[in-house]
Design a protein around this ligand. Structure first.
Ligand code: C2E
Ligand code: MG
Ligand code: MG
Length: 665
């Protein structure tokens, strides 16, 4: 035996002192799950006749895993720091529950293992509710701690003790971030209670706890104390954080999404005062990029643009993909306006430089609209609308540029959108009609044909000319509906004139968008099949811009139209940039010399002569548009121009007025 090591007799003697205690006292071997020593009172409490009989009971048999785990924790606590605990326990001697207050501490056995000495110092209050609540406190997973204001905890339930990184640490040391503690104390002082999710130090490292704290008094000393209940929400928080991350991110590019922009706006509205600029941009002709290079390349372009925006935006700026090819950067507007403008230019240039996708160099350019605003007035929809108006201006001014929003722009946009709504309504109410302008045959002096020109008979404003509504219709797509109504009205008028024995040809204008519409051929076919209607009487006017593009498709479409019997005229000829070498490949019947050349006669004479010669070459007739004077008429007649249209001959007029002219000749 080693000198100084406790001998069996000494140990037993040591317990012998406890044997004489009035209070039930016993030693529990945690590893073996058995009582190894017990005084007489303990035997009585456990309803055992002898100490030996008690020693033979296997206590681990009916023990719940939670209790077993807790005992192991106590064992570690005893070994680490001479801990003493007091708890209300419910014992089950021979199956009958008995509640007692037990104080327990470590007890080193002869073989060196740590056991537990338990001493009952009070019969518990035997009110059933009290017993049950005390039991619940012991077994719950909710961590409950009663803290003094600055010293060590006054009480910890087993769950709290289990999780604690240091059972003696005051409340301030619970938190990883001291600001959480500061807020908690501040709130406790004010409201007396506080709840927050915070990162805390635990026996398992840092975890997220949902903490409820209440100010109270210690039941023993009456001193002010803080009752803290806590639940470990780490898993929940991780999942929630991830869900929040995903909810705020655009899947394709990884930058923020539209819903984040709303959060961000609310955030800076409350916390920031420096003005911000919202840069709203999209890719010019993105559809064309997708169509030409495929959607994968299109996606690669978007990813690259998002990456560039992130690189060139400052750390406090926010990059958002709204959807499709539309992005937003919200940036701080520095006091130095020149510096701010330089930053905008830098970002814009970076976004507009060519993008290398694999081996392909894609020349994607962007257009941008910018709205500057105070953070306190960050209404996302309103600011986006302003930036969108400015973006629209950038497109209108020729694309690949940035434009700052101003109020005049807003008013114009508002007027425009009002007009748009009115046009839509006018289409439904069929407020559009046709006026007709004759074309005179130079040789015979007779009306060779009339051109149908759209007019909007506005119930309040009176007659509105096409310059005000055609461009809007073209841009919004309403031109298809308008074009359809024009065709219907024109064809019906042509048929009516034929039926009445008035023999005239009719020209109708087809807009580029209407020509590109895949339904146009079907519509023409349906009209061409109507009884009593002769397509040969109808000429369709298209502009040169229609001829620019994929030639084979356009030529085939024109061929189908002429095969149905319709004739084709090129309107405003000479203003576009049609490739002259291709002109001969299209089935064309008429070239209408643009008004601007007629207005500049005789100065523009060589050009007019050139067009007349070209028309002769391809077997088409020429029509001079916008002839206003006798001099012009004479000049054109001498030049060999076939037909004349213009105010000099007649202004556009409603069908009955034209009918009078037609029947007179
Ligand atoms: P356009 O097809 O070149 O039609 C000729 C335009 O010149 C008409 O203007 C006509 O009123 C005007 N005009 C005719 N003679 C003279 C003249 O001696 N002097 C001057 N200064 N102007 C003259 P309007 O009716 O205002 O139409 C303008 C344009 O709107 C048309 O040019 C055409 O491009 C388009 N448009 C008109 N109706 C339709 C339609 O039904 N569909 C489509 N897609 N476009 C149409
Ligand atoms: Mg025309
Ligand atoms: Mg014209």
């Amino acid at each position: 035996m080693q000198p100084g090591a406790p001998v069996l007799e000494e140990q037993i003697d040591q317990f012998a002192a406890a044997r004489n205690l009035q209070t039930p006292t016993w030693v529990f071997d945690i590893d073996a799950g058995r009582i190894v020593h017990a005084n007489g009172s303990a035997c009585a409490l456990w309803q055992a006749d002898t100490e030996r009989e008690l020693q033979q009971r296997d206590m681990s048999k009916d023990m719940s895993p939670t209790v077993a785990k807790r005992l192991k924790q106590y064992q570690a606590d005893f070994a680490a720091r001479d801990a003493t605990f007091t708890e209300l326990w419910t014992l089950y001697p021979n199956g009958k529950p008995t509640s007692v207050m037990v104080q327990f501490c470590g007890f080193r056995l002869l073989d060196g293992r740590m056991a537990m000495q338990c001493e009952v110092f009070a019969e518990a209050d035997d009110q059933p509710d009290n017993l049950r609540s005390a039991e619940a406190l012991l077994h719950t997973d909710v961590m409950i701690t009663l803290y003094s204001f600055s010293g060590p905890p006054l009480y910890m339930n087993p769950a709290a003790r289990n999780a604690s990184h240091d059972a003696n640490a005051p409340i301030a040391q619970l938190f990883v971030d001291s600001r959480d503690f500061d807020v908690l104390m501040f709130e406790l002082e004010g409201a007396g209670e506080h709840r927050r999710v915070a990162r805390v130090k635990t026996s398992l490292g840092q975890r997220w706890f949902d903490i409820s704290a209440k100010q109270c008094s210690d039941a023993i000393s009456g001193e002010p104390a803080i009752l803290v209940t806590a639940i470990d929400v780490s898993e929940l928080k991780d999942a929630r954080d991830q869900a929040r991350y995903l909810a705020n991110r655009d899947q394709l590019t990884g930058c923020f999404n539209r819903s984040y922009l709303q959060h961000y706006a609310a955030h800076i509205a409350d916390t920031e005062i420096t003005p911000r600029a919202l840069l709203y941009f999209d890719v010019d002709r993105f559809k064309q990029i997708n169509d030409t290079f495929g959607h994968e390349m299109g996606d690669a372009v978007l990813i690259e643009l998002a990456a560039r925006a992130q690189v060139y935006a400052a750390s406090q700026d926010v990059v958002v993909r709204l959807g499709g090819d539309e992005f937003v950067i919200v940036m701080e507007v520095s006091e130095d306006k020149a510096e701010f403008l330089t930053r905008v230019e830098t970002v814009f240039r970076a976004l507009s430089s060519p993008i290398l996708c694999g081996a392909t160099n894609i020349n994607a350019k962007v257009s941008m609209g910018i709205s500057v605003f105070e953070p306190s007035e960050f209404d996302v929809d309103a600011v986006l609308r302003q930036a969108d108006i400015a973006l629209y201006m950038s497109k209108k001014r020729g694309r690949n540029r940035f434009t700052f929003y101003d109020d005049a722009m807003g008013e114009a946009a508002e007027r425009r959108s009002r007009t748009e709504a009115e046009i839509e309504q006018a289409l439904q109410r069929r407020e559009f009609t046709l006026h007709y302008q004759p074309r005179i045959d130079v040789k015979s002096g007779e009306i060779a044909s009339v051109e149908g020109l759209a007019r909007w008979m506005h119930p309040e404003r009176g007659m509105i000319l096409p310059g005000e509504f055609i461009p809007i219709c073209e841009e919004t797509g309403m031109i298809e509906a308008l074009g359809q109504q024009v065709l219907e009205m024109g064809f019906a008028q042509s048929k009516a004139w034929l039926d009445a024995g008035v023999n005239t040809r009719l020209s109708l204008n087809i807009s580029p968008r209407q020509f590109a519409d895949s339904g146009l051929l079907d519509r023409l076919k349906a009209c061409a099949g109507t009884a009593g209607f002769t397509p040969g009487q109808i000429e369709l006017e298209i502009t040169e811009s229609v001829l620019i593009g994929e030639h084979d498709g356009i030529a085939a479409k024109l061929q189908t139209i002429t095969d149905m019997g319709f004739e084709i005229a090129i309107d405003d000829f000479g203003t576009g940039y049609s490739n002259l070498s291709y002109i001969s490949r299209f089935p064309l019947h008429t070239l209408k010399i643009d008004r601007s050349f007629i207005a500049q006669l005789p100065h523009s004479g060589p050009i007019v002569q050139l067009i007349v010669a070209l028309a002769e070459q391809i077997g088409a007739k020429t029509v001079a548009e916008g002839v206003e004077t006798e001099e012009q008429y004479e000049w054109l007649a001498n030049c060999g121009c076939d037909q004349i249209q213009g105010f000099y001959v007649a202004k556009p007029a409603p069908a009955p007025d034209i009918e009078a002219e037609l029947t007179r000749t």
